[in-house]
Write a protein that binds this ligand. Structure first.
Ligand SMILES: NC(=O)c1ccc[n+]([C@@H]2O[C@H](COP(=O)([O-])OP(=O)(O)OC[C@H]3O[C@@H](n4cnc5c(N)ncnc54)[C@H](OP(=O)(O)O)[C@@H]3O)[C@@H](O)[C@H]2O)c1
Length: 343
């Protein structure tokens, strides 16, 4: 089957950084689905895995952890899906990625594709939806709308509101959790995008947060979601979180530098990590939660509560289009999601 992969870890400008390859078509066993991939999207994890280093692969390494497609065949232990089902999923980063014609994925981390979304619109969503949903509801245990105090009482600040994760988190925080949403954006275009998704207020992540809160007359927030440059925002977060608030963080500090979480002690702030790959990578007993989250989100896409954050399709997947997508992600300025149609 056709795929796009790498043998060497090179800067994205190098034509050898991602190459078109032929690899054997895999076979579904156990709880795996064999999916005919119809569209993929690109995330910063792809560019982080591809980052230049000395290592050389004997077999091509295939990246890509966001797909939508059609189940072609199922393993003998599969019970949730059948051939012909349309699905969307992120997958596991300890297995080959989905930048290929066919792909194997464990059924427990796969959802049914929302019927009202195209394959490209659906491929934009799984990894970011899982991340935003898990951090809010599984890690920070934020109440859903109607479960806790009224919406006007609880608020969240989303750092990196226009990025892939921020774009769906703004919607989930507002529509599912019923929170007042403040988002950060540094440009007119990204600020406008956040507002169109439901953000109530925008602040600039290039300026100190506390001063902007004061200028806007914003009270301190109950929750913060840190989706970008954690090391840069530690003091910002300490300044604007409420006493006894909670912070959900998805990005480790650059260069593995320590994060000085002492700054949160005086306010007794809870600091929670979220890694979307934890469940699939460790095969945790509750890994099927990802199947349930993606199905719950499919209902919300279908009834119009949530919308796809796809902004652009770069055409059919091949080494050239994928290199373009990686270069765009590496710029750190993409808004919403970039997708590619299947090979
Ligand atoms: N732990 C997990 O499970 C998990 C899952 C998904 C992603 N991640 C990680 O989360 C990060 C964000 O992912 P993503 O897909 O949302 O990225 P993305 O789409 O590439 O984010 C782009 C956005 O980041 C904003 N941004 C740039 N510099 C910023 C800064 N210093 N502070 C705040 N925002 C800034 C930009 O806004 P402006 O243009 O307005 O400046 C831009 O819209 C990545 O590091 C990714 O690897 C982790």
């Amino acid at each position: 089957m056709r795929a796009v992969g790498l043998y060497r870890y090179l800067p994205i400008e190098d034509p050898e950084s991602l190459v078109d390859v032929e690899v054997p078509k895999p076979e579904a066993r156990g709880r795996d689905l064999l999916v005919r991939v119809r569209a993929v999207s690109v995330n910063p994890v792809d560019t982080k895995v591809r980052a230049p280093k000395e290592q050389v692969e004997v077999q091509p390494r295939i990246l890509g952890w966001d797909a939508a497609g059609v189940v072609e065949a199922v393993g003998e232990a599969v019970s949730l899906f059948s051939p012909g089902d349309e699905v969307y999923y992120a997958g596991s980063n300890v297995r080959p990625g989905c930048d290929s014609e066919y792909h194997l994925v464990d059924e427990r981390i796969v959802g049914r594709k929302p019927r009202n979304l195209s394959f490209e619109e659906a491929a934009a969503m799984p990894l970011t939806t899982l991340t935003a949903w898990e951090v809010l509801f599984d890690r920070m245990v934020v109440p859903r709308a109607g479960e806790g105090p009224a919406r006007s009482v609880l608020s969240v600040l989303i750092i990196g509101g226009a990025g892939g994760v921020g774009s769906i988190a703004v919607q989930i925080a507002r529509q599912v959790a019923g929170l007042r949403v403040l988002a950060t954006a540094s440009r007119g275009e990204s600020a406008e995008w956040c507002r169109s998704l439901g953000a109530d207020e925008i602040i600039d992540h290039r300026q100190p947060f506390a001063e902007q809160f004061q200028r806007l007359g914003e009270p301190l927030v109950d929750y913060i979601l840190c989706f970008n440059s954690t090391e840069q925002h530690v003091q910002n977060m300490a300044d604007v979180i409420k006493p006894q608030g909670k912070i959900g963080c998805i990005v480790g500090a650059k260069g593995n530098q320590p994060i000085p979480i002492n700054v949160f002690m005086r306010k007794s702030v809870a600091f929670c990590w979220e890694l979307m790959f934890t469940r699939p990578d460790f095969q945790t007993p509750d890994m099927q939660a990802q199947h349930e989250i993606l199905n719950a989100a499919a209902d919300l896409y279908e009834n119009g509560t949530l919308r796809s954050t796809m902004r652009e399709s770069l055409g059919p997947l091949n080494a050239e289009t994928l290199r373009r997508a990686h270069a765009r992600i590496e710029s750190g300025r993409t808004i919403g999601k970039l997708v590619l149609a299947g090979i």
